[in-house]
Design a protein around this ligand. Sequence first.
Ligand code: PMP
Ligand code: GLN
Length: 396
Amino acid sequence: MANAIFEALPTTIFTVMSGLAREHGAINLGQGFPDEPGPLAIRERAAMEAVEGDNQYPPMQGRPELREAIAAHYARTQGLEFDWRSEITVTSGATEALAAAFLGLIETGDEVVLFQPTYDSYLPMVRRAGGVPKLVRLAPPDWRFDRAMLEAAFSDRTRLVVLNTPLNPTGTVATGAELALLAEFCLRHDAVVVCDEVWEQVVFAPARHRSPMLSRGMRERTVKIGSAGKMFALTGWKVGFLCAAPKLTASLAKAHQFLCFTTPPNLQAAVAWGLANSDAWFAEMPGSLAASRDRLIGALRAEGFAALSCEGTYFLTVDLAASGVPMDDLSFCHLAVREAGVAAIPVSAFYESDPVSAIIRLCFAKRDETLDEGARRLAKARDVAVRRARADSVRA
Ligand code: PMP
Ligand code: GLN
């Protein structure tokens, strides 16, 4: 009765863990959203626009002032020049932008190279668009890819590559060497990169975000995806951007016109205003999140947990095996939310095959007290796990 891809799909781990957190009254360090409500001036702008502005259908590709503001923002912050008329499409979140990219660019049977850990929507949507996934497996502690891994994944049928940098869930940023390698393979195989850059603004010094679009030969073969939700810590807003050369944009916009067609006009106007008036926010926000990251790392280390390095995103990862947790990540996350009142995300959920299963992801975009208490509760969860493992071994 239903499409096999969706019928077989579980509910996403983010929804499952947030549901369990609510049910058990747990601290939620799982799904990635901040404690704080986001910049007041931008929210006020959205409210004002809803009351006094135009609430009928905006232009299909997005309000001109927003598309101009996106072009100006990327010119200022990343040295990328876009023609706002022919190269920018506003979508309802990066989630819609990704779907539009897959539907608009993939032909049935095309091979699509993806990197595990993969964000939850990529694989089902690539398959639904007719793509055949070819997976590259990244592994801790560095989560890097090399030439041999790309040689094994690319073929004559490769049409698309899906890259996410900064990478959710690992918090790593693609290196110059990785981007150069990827560009070499894309040029050799005539492939397009769909780059999910939603975390581009959440990068901690000295790390720096660099779009693959800046690599030689890649300007015309990269689809750059952004999200105002992440730029302004307004994750519920779902205002995304697709930036690509005119030929690609023509197809992306046609896919968008039958997915959402448009995005709420007041939110678009508020984001346009935000992009033009937020130098102070963009200067301050990463530093304040880096302080939260360091706070959580400190609290975790004090409890004997091994945190991996984190260069960007709202997330850091913890190595359970190196932290004395005698359990896989999924079992530990279920135990932690039910018995210790803290929710986390198992990184194995981002793998389809050969999962990395001793790493959990924690969201640190929270108040200091929440982070401190979260670390204490994780230590409590580990105590329960250790006691249970001992009892099991005595019984055996
Ligand atoms: N891609 C990645 C890597 C994400 O982490 C997220 C959400 N956190 C999205 C896409 C979805 O973005 P949006 O909420 O704008 O749809
Ligand atoms: N991107 C968010 C995260 O990684 C979740 C978004 C969602 O629930 N779809 O936590």
